[in-house]
Each structure stands twice: as structure tokens, then as C-alpha cells.
Design a binder for this molecule. Structure first.
Ligand code: SF4
Length: 505
């Protein structure tokens, strides 16, 4: 059935606490733009359910959830009793996470009765599923119990439960070695040579290498960078990892890259930083001169992103480079001595079927990279591709087959999965996943994704995350998203010390 012929699904929930989770879970089964959610504290099991409607009621005193979904032809119901031990121990009121989990299970079952769908991540709707595996590892005795809990309590498939525990096991020693006074730095450069049609990021295209915006942005960035790092040093903090990302940082000229790296090196001893990554996302922006600039400094890793090895797809998605550009950049980088190079690819690009992705995999395998990051395309409303028809999208089953083939290829080339995250509207309800040869994991990716260290983000659209180890929580501190507002703010105000008031030694 096409989206145009679908009716609005009216959802009634009892309180705000469950409204968000209901919306997130329901969107796995029904288009989010066609759901209407209302909160009514007076509902109970006898409340009439509209046609096409969903009623979600939780009887906390009786420790029970009830979900009822009514269509023109059927009524589906599901009720769920909260775990007996937790009721006995009177712990349910204090354990909102478990309360939410059980509610989601009840809702998941009723939605599956109505619109059955293969959902390998079960009731999980968040971005960071590995966090759950880490939490369960602390509570349970071994990985087998963790896997069992993921399958039983979160309805995650066997395959994904095994993947999560494996990723968590790779990350554990890395996270244990994280010193509390260390901070990672993210330098955001949201400028690109053109805008990819699937992009939902704030990145702005520049008009060639002489676009004045490049220099204006760099000068604003340097103001924030100098002030932020000096302030960090005053706080007694040390830089653990640096990630220069975007956008496309390699869109800067060699002279501008020199200015950026030289400024960094003049205020901080870069050889003490455990890892520095530079994203050269668009292969056509990388030159020998730029690589030589980077090589003067301890830049450990590059990311060069072919995305696909099919030229017609690259042209379709408005990436102004070819596979030939990629090979040139790759060979130049190797010849200049960069051995840690990540390649990003995307599955689910418009018009790409199983054979296109298999071709990409064949090319990747021949290159034997140390790191490979696989994205399952997620089309957000702000991307120009958001409205492509279903005939242009990869179906769930094919996406799943391809993810499995990538995994087989990665393992047979001695790579292991080391970080993963999920997004809304992701192809095949899958995940984005990073593979690496053991010992070459990108530390920044792990620290940033698992939120176990403070990340100081500079640049337009960068979001700093202040980590409070005692409560194991983070506070987000966003920079302005608009590049023009950011540039103006840096010249007028500079680094926003006030946002970091509670950041003590
Ligand atoms: S390279 Fe990345 S940030 Fe730049 S336009 Fe493409 S998807 Fe967006």
C-alpha cells in the first residue's frame, strides 16, 4: 500500500512519560508523519478506541500494561504483566528504565500483530545500543547471559545480540583505559565541495577553492580553537584524541590546513595526543600538497570516503568525484606514509541494488583497508532525497543480506566490529558499523559514541558533551548551527566559557 492511501493513526497514551517511547516505537511500523499522539490521564481499558487508533494504558498499581489497536477489520490487543520479583521488591516505581522496557514490549507485540515486520533490533529505538550491552555486562555474569537478556527482554535478534556483545568486548579495554582528566576535541568544518543529495547535515557547499567563506570560516574557527584549548589547559585537562571532521575538512587549501594544524601545534604538544584523525571525505579534494602538510604533524588517521564504487551513483547523488579520484587519493595517501585509512561506504544509495553493493565490496576487499565504516542510508526530511519512491529504496531483506556479506568480508580480512550506532529512518532497520583490524580502532569514535569522556566540540554545529563520571551522564552544549551566526559569534564573543561553568578540575 502506498503512503498516500494510508490514514492517520490516532494514538492515545496515558501520560507524557510513555508518549515519546510510543511515538518512536510506532514509527517502526507506521509512517511517523501519519501518527497523531494525544495524552489523556483518564483513560483505562474500557476507553473506546477510534478506528484506526491505538490505546496504550498502564495500570501501575496492578503492574500491568494494556495496548489495543483497532483497524476497520480487526482489533488487536496485548497485555503484559510486570516481572513478579520487581513487584515483590517494590522496585518498579524506582526503575523507570525497566518500566519503559516492559511497556515497549507490550506495544511491540501488538504492532507486530497488525503489521508484522522483521525488526532485528527489537524494541530498541535509540542511537547507542552498545551502551545497553555495557550496562548489562556490569549487571550479569558473562556474555552468554548478556546475549540472552538482549534477546529475551529487548526482543533483539540472535545475530544482533551477538554483534552487540562482540562490539562491547572490543570496546571494554579501551574504555577502561580512559583517564578522567582527559578530554577529546572535535573540530567541525561543515563545508563541502557540493551537497550530497542524501545529506541532512548543516554543511554548506562552497563555490570552488577561492570561495571567501573558506577563509572566513577558518579565521572564526581559529578564534574558538585557541581560546578553548588555552582554557582547557588552565583547567588542568589534557587532550586525549582529536577528530577533525565535517563536512569535508580537506576542502581547505594546503595553506589553510597548515594554518589550522600550526595553530593547534603552537598551543598544544600534539605528540602527547593519543590519536589525531583528519577526514578527507571527498577524494577529489585531497592533493599531495595537503597530504604533505598533514604529515608534518602527528596525524595518525585519515578517512577517505568512496561511499560506492559505481560512478553513475556518485553522479546521481551529487558527489562531484569518481572512483578514479578515489584511487588517486588512496594511492597518494599510502605513498605519503598514511597507513591508517578508514573508508566509508553506504548501502541503500538510490538506484543501487545487490550487484552494485557487491561490486563495491569487491573493490574494498582488494584494497585491504585497516578500517571500514558501513552506513545504512538514513533519509531525513532535510535531505533532498527524502521523498524518493520505494522502488528506489533497498528492501529490508536485501539490506540485511548485504550487511551479512559485509560482515563475512570484514571477518575474512581479519577486521572486527568496534563501534556502531543507529539512526531514525535507517535502511532495513539496520545500523552503521565500524570495522577495524585489531589495534587500529578509532578511539575517538568509541569515546564519542559511548559517552564516557568529555568531548569539546568547536566549529559551527559542533555539540560538546560534558561527562559527569559520578552520575555517568552527559550534558550537551551546542554551538550555533548557522555558519554565518557562528562566524559572527566568534568575532564578537569567542569561545563560550560560561556554558562550561561547572567544569572543574
Ligand atoms: S560530504 Fe557529508 S557533510 Fe558533505 S554534503 Fe556530503 S554527506 Fe553532507
Amino acid at each position: 500500500m502506498s503512503r498516500h492511501s494510508l490514514k492517520t493513526l490516532q494514538i492515545i497514551v496515558q501520560d507524557d512519560f510513555l508518549a515519546y517511547e510510543t511515538r518512536e516505537l510506532a514509527r517502526l511500523f507506521y509512517p511517523a508523519e501519519l501518527t497523531l499522539i494525544s495524552v489523556d490521564p483518564n483513560i483505562d481499558e474500557t476507553t473506546p478506541v477510534p478506528t484506526l487508533g491505538l490505546l496504550c494504558y498502564s495500570d501501575r498499581a496492578g503492574c500491568r500494561f494494556f495496548c489495543c489497536l483497532k483497524t476497520e477489520s480487526h482489533t488487536f490487543t496485548e497485555s503484559w504483566f510486570i516481572d513478579g520479583d520487581r513487584v515483590k521488591n517494590h522496585s518498579i516505581d524506582f526503575d523507570q528504565k525497566l518500566f519503559k522496557r516492559d511497556f515497549k514490549k507490550c506495544l511491540f507485540k501488538v504492532m507486530q500483530q497488525w503489521r508484522p515486520r522483521q525488526l532485528p533490533w527489537g524494541i530498541l529505538t535509540g542511537v547507542r545500543p552498545v551502551k545497553l550491552a555495557h550496562q548489562l555486562t556490569q549487571q550479569l555474569e558473562n556474555d552468554e547471559q548478556v546475549k540472552d537478556s538482549l534477546e529475551t527482554h529487548y526482543l533483539i535478534s540472535k545475530k544482533k545480540a551477538a554483534l552487540l556483545t562482540e562490539v562491547a568486548a572490543v570496546q571494554r579495554p579501551i574504555l577502561h583505559r580512559t583517564a578522567p582528566n582527559r578530554v577529546s576535541l572535535y573540530i567541525g568544518i561543515p563545508l563541502c565541495p557540493s551537497r550530497c543529495s542524501y545529506c541532512s547535515f548543516i554543511s554548506q557547499p562552497v563555490k570552488g577553492q577561492h570561495d571567501p567563506l573558506l577563509e572566513q570560516y577558518l579565521q572564526a574557527l581559529l578564534i574558538e580553537l585557541k581560546q578553548a584549548i588555552r582554557w582547557l589547559i588552565e583547567q588542568g585537562r589534557q587532550l586525549d584524541t582529536i577528530y577533525i571532521g565535517g563536512g569535508t575538512p580537506s576542502v581547505f587549501s594546503a595553506k589553510q590546513i597548515h594554518q589550522l594544524m600550526d595553530t593547534l601545534a603552537s598551543i598544544y604538544p600534539l605528540h602527547q595526543v593519543r590519536e589525531i584523525t583528519f577526514e578527507a571525505g571527498r577524494p577529489d579534494t585531497l592533493t599531495l600538497e595537503k597530504l604533505r602538510e598533514l604529515h608534518q604533524y602527528p596525524v595518525h588517521r585519515l578517512s577517505i570516503n568512496p561511499q560506492t564504487f559505481n560512478d553513475s551513483t556518485l553522479a546521481n547523488v551529487n558527489r562531484h568525484h569518481t572512483t578514479h579520484d578515489f584511487y588517486q587519493a588512496w594511492e597518494m595517501a599510502l605513498a605519503e606514509g598514511f597507513s591508517l585509512i578508514n573508508l566509508d561506504i553506504i548501502i541503500g544509495l538510490p538506484g543501487e541494488g545487490i550487484q552494485h553493493v557487491r561490486h563495491t565490496l569487491k573493490e574494498i576487499e582488494a584494497l585491504q583497508p585497516t578500517n571500514l565504516t558501513v552506513h545504512a542510508l538514513a533519509l531525513k526530511r532535510s535531505s533532498s532525497l527524502a521523498m524518493i519512491g520505494d522502488n528506489q529504496r533497498l528492501d529490508d531483506q536485501t539490506a540485511d543480506i548485504l550487511m551479512d556479506e559485509i560482515e563475512v568480508m570484514a571477518y575474512s580480512n581479519h577486521m572486527k566490529p568496534y563501534y556502531l550506532y543507529r539512526q531514525k529512518e535507517i535502511t532495513g532497520h539496520l545500523e552503521n558499523i565500524g570495522y577495524s583490524l585489531p589495534g587500529t580502532e578509532c578511539l575517538y569514535n568509541i569515546l564519542m559514541m559511548e559517552e564516557k569522556q568529555t568531548i569539546l566540540g568547536v566549529g559551527a554545529g559542533a555539540v560538546s558533551k560534558q561527562y559527569f563520571p559520578a552520575q555517568d551522564r552527559i550534558r550537551r552544549i551546542p554551538n550555533p548551527k548557522s555558519i554565518q551566526v557562528y562566524i559572527q559569534r566568534m568575532h564578537e564573543v569567542g569561545f563560550h566559557y560560561k556554558d562550561w561553568e561547572s567544569f572543574h578540575k
